[in-house]
Design a binder for this molecule. Structure first.
Ligand SMILES: Nc1ncnc2c1ncn2[C@@H]1O[C@H](COP(=O)(O)OP(=O)(O)OP(=O)(O)O)[C@@H](O)[C@H]1O
Ligand SMILES: [Mg+2]
Length: 349
């Protein structure tokens, strides 16, 4: 179809289907939606609350107000669909919202998914997107999109490395000549850090603290490297000995100690990815280093920590939470150039 005619009839959408947030971008227009990947359903039923509208931000708001009648469901775990029906509901809602209900042909969508997912899991994304109203569908590896979005010279004959730390998975890739040369995807990211923090608080303070509180604590005072001015924050939880609610003052040094285990798993995964590269590429990486994307990379001092552990330069991308969507938008904008490396559903079948 003529490019201009297609453009006027059909919307292209770049989707970062994340474990904690979904972002939708329209090439040429920017990111149109960034909302929690959450659906609120009635307790004891699978009906979406709020007459089918309790999705994303609206679901999160409703949960705060009427907690007893509804429960929150995240349709993705570790970047992979775990509830097909609700994922489809969520995608349909987000697609409509991002396009403002524009009429025309079914949109063409490019969806970023973790690199390590199986053919069956890929198929689930295709099916959900199709049933949610998408026309043509392509999938792109999350870290490849992140590299493109972070402005790395991924199409050059030079190795560059990107590490996307989300909430459900950390995706690491070495890219060269527009291809993924080596990659690794692990399930250790923001959520695993909160679980480690929760375990630590239980051991150290005999305090049972919810994962949401742990996330607030991690964002509030968490760090991967020593801070100039160390911080502290009070948390409330349930005393596991007395069974009574109790507060404790936690320091940033303590949170850092609790995060050591998940952080070292990320270091190991990066090492493994580097080891898989040829010697020439490894010597490139010593100069080009690693670019960090994803919300988990906003942890204070994580660039310094990784650089110290790995002995190569590490820097944080601009707008790390949006790098994947930005990269997918660039691919859609230059589809003829990138199409060969995208999954169109035929390979995965
Ligand atoms: N300022 C901050 N400091 C530390 N962590 C942060 C900050 N802001 C967000 N995060 C963390 O970023 C994570 C979410 O990042 P992101 O939006 O990239 O994940 P996602 O794309 O939904 O998940 P995934 O890619 O794993 O499927 C959460 O664990 C959140 O706690
Ligand atoms: Mg992500």
């Amino acid at each position: 179809m003529l490019g201009w005619l297609r453009k006027s009839l059909c919307t292209d959408l770049a989707i970062d289907l994340g474990t904690s947030s979904t972002r939708v971008g329209l090439p040429g227009e920017g990111i149109r939606l960034d909302e929690p990947s959450v659906v609120a359903v009635g307790r004891g039923s699978s009906r979406v609350a709020g007459r089918g509208l309790a999705v994303g931000r609206m679901a999160a708001q409703m949960l705060g107000r009427t907690p007893e009648g509804i429960r929150a469901v995240r349709p993705l775990k570790h970047g992979v669909i775990s509830d097909f029906e609700l994922c489809e509901v969520m995608l349909r809602y987000f697609l409509q919202k991002a396009t403002g209900g524009r009429r025309g042909l079914r949109p063409r969508v490019l969806i970023a998914v973790p690199g390590g997912i199986s053919a069956v899991e890929r198929r689930a994304v295709f099916n959900s997107a199709e049933r949610a109203g998408a026309g043509r569908i392509w999938l792109i590896d999350q870290s490849r999109a992140a590299g493109i979005g972070a402005g790395l010279p991924v199409a050059e004959p030079l190795a560059s490395m990107v590490c996307d730390i989300g909430s459900g998975s950390t995706d690491i890739s070495v890219l060269s000549l527009a291809d993924v040369v080596a990659s690794e995807s692990i399930r250790t990211a923001g959520d695993a850090m909160d679980e480690a923090l929760s375990r630590w608080l239980r051991r150290r303070y005999s305090l049972r603290v919810g994962l949401q509180t742990c996330e607030t604590l991690r964002i509030g005072i968490g760090s991967a490297a020593p801070l100039d001015d160390e911080l502290s924050q009070e948390v409330s939880g349930l005393d596991t000995v007395s069974g009574n609610p109790r507060r404790a003052l936690v320091t940033s040094e303590e949170v850092r100690a609790a995060l050591l285990e998940p952080l070292s798993e990320i270091v190991d995964a990066i090492r493994l990815t580097i080891e898989r590269c040829q010697a020439e590429l490894i010597s490139d990486l010593a100069d080009t280093g690693i670019v960090l994307t994803g919300g988990g990379a906003l942890l204070r001092g994580i660039d310094r920590y990784l650089s110290q552990q790995l002995g190569i330069p590490v820097r944080l991308a601009n707008a790390p939470r949006h790098a994947v969507t930005n990269g997918a938008m660039i691919c859609l904008d230059h589809l003829e150039r990138w199409q060969g490396g995208l999954d169109n559903g035929l390979r995965a079948a």
